[in-house]
Design a protein around this ligand. Structure first.
Ligand SMILES: *Cc1c(COP(=O)(O)O)cnc(C)c1O
Length: 401
């Protein structure tokens, strides 16, 4: 009898199922703006990072089509070999202009941008200081690099300062890396304090603007711009896959930084360049996002309205602004029940469970886009009221009297 070398997978699957943590892929089909179909059911979509409502915009589709006609679909090679087309160069120049940066490096995805950038900047003998709620790609980047990871409590720059002081002289290079807008909470990092700390200790500073680009700051330049420190963040990393409705990642910074990344970031050097069509679509999105500021204004406005209405219904909504509205429910099962109820009611809102968020902080992550209409927000509040009333009844049932 042979031994099944994969039996451990079943054990993990059973544990996961017992804890209510199993996740599955469910295919969707995009509908009208702000809507999707799942298993043939129309749903209002509160789960997309397409914050400006551009991913399905006919102008992006057309720009992609034109570029595909000229350059073909696949880019065929990594950027240093022959995957870098004029469409890539144009996009890199447009982003550099937008960011007010000397140069921009492009990566296949935002995730790859974080992995490759961190691995190119630090290694064994170096240290990276990261916020506890940093995105997975920042954490994995540190692992890939072989540098030491120091995690500080969320937003706690005093703690970071004391750890930096204690570590003084211990590491060769140091990098402070943070989400600009935290992906599961929607709040902004304390960037003015982080900039000052980085200056004081001579650390490199990387801000991941995945949820900031296009949404926050002057002209949509991101959270560093919103907090008035864009020109003091030397490594500004972003994605083309969220507000810009396409696919890809970028790093904006000095010419010497970008030249270093082009030569040393493994996810740039050894990975095929994004399709020229994706670059062209992102460039078109960048142009539209600047010409149509109402998209950014709309998503902030409905965010404010939704937060205040859900708080009035008694929900725990952390302090944040913009399109990410978390509703903290507690246990994974509660978040899943709420998401299932929303889905039954025609609304797609994801339940976010550990390990994506800390234990006991399972939540609904409502994500808003400029494509959502007022009716959709009203409907969401109405269904959430039903959930709150149901939870209220549950509490009474568990009351000993
Ligand atoms: C989504 C996300 C990324 C990864 O970007 P992709 O382009 O989707 O790979 C990186 N950082 C943060 C904070 C994100 O939320």
């Amino acid at each position: 009898m042979s031994i099944d070398p994969f039996s451990w997978i079943d054990e993990i699957a059973e544990t996961r199922a017992r804890q209510g943590l199993t996740r599955r892929l469910i295919a969707i089909r995009p509908g009208a703006p702000g809507r999707v179909e799942q298993d043939g059911r129309p749903l209002l979509n509160f789960s997309s990072n397409d914050y400006l409502g551009l991913a399905g915009d006919p102008r992006l589709v057309e720009a992609a089509g034109r570029a595909a006609g000229r350059f073909g679909w696949g880019s065929g090679a990594s950027p240093l070999v022959s995957g870098w087309t004029e469409a890539h160069r144009e996009l890199a120049e447009a982003i550099a202009d937008f960011e007010g940066a000397e140069a921009v490096a492009l990566f296949p995805t935002g995730y790859a941008a974080n992995l490759g950038t961190i691995a190119a900047l630090v290694g064994p003998g170096d240290a990276v200081y990261g916020d506890r709620l940093n995105h997975s790609s920042l954490i994995q980047g540190v692992r890939l690099s072989g540098a030491r990871l120091r995690v500080y409590p969320h937003g706690d720059t005093d703690r970071l300062a004391s750890v930096l002081a204690r570590d003084q002289g211990r590491f060769r290079r140091i990098l402070i890396a943070t989400d600009g807008v935290f992906s599961m909470d929607g709040d902004l990092a304390p960037l003015p304090e982080l900039v000052a700390l980085a200056d004081r200790v001579g650390a490199m500073l990387l801000v991941d603007e995945a949820h900031g680009t296009g949404v926050f700051g002057d002209d949509g330049r991101g959270s560093a711009s919103a907090l008035g420190v864009a020109d003091r963040v030397p490594i500004r990393l972003g994605t083309l896959s969220k507000a810009l409705g396409s696919l890809g990642g970028f790093v904006a910074g000095s010419r010497r930084l970008v030249d270093h990344l082009i030569n040393h970031a493994p996810t740039l050097v050894y990975s095929t360049a994004m399709p020229a069509a994706a670059a062209a679509a992102a460039g078109e999105a960048l142009r539209i996002s600047r010409e149509e500021p109402w998209r950014r204004e709309r998503v902030h406005e409905i965010g404010r309205r939704l937060r205040s209405r859900l708080r009035a219904e008694g929900f725990a909504i952390p302090d944040s602004e913009g399109p990410i509205v978390p509703v903290i429910l507690g246990e994974a099962a509660e978040a899943c029940e709420a998401a299932a109820f929303l889905r039954e009611s025609g609304l797609l809102v994801p339940a976010i469970r550990p390990p994506t968020v800390p234990r006991g902080e399972a939540r609904l992550r409502i994500s808003l886009t400029a494509a959502l209409e007022d009716d959709a927000i009203d409907r969401l509040v109405e269904v959430m009221r039903g959930i709150r009333e149901d939870r209220g009844r549950g509490d009474r049932r568990s009351d000993p009297e």
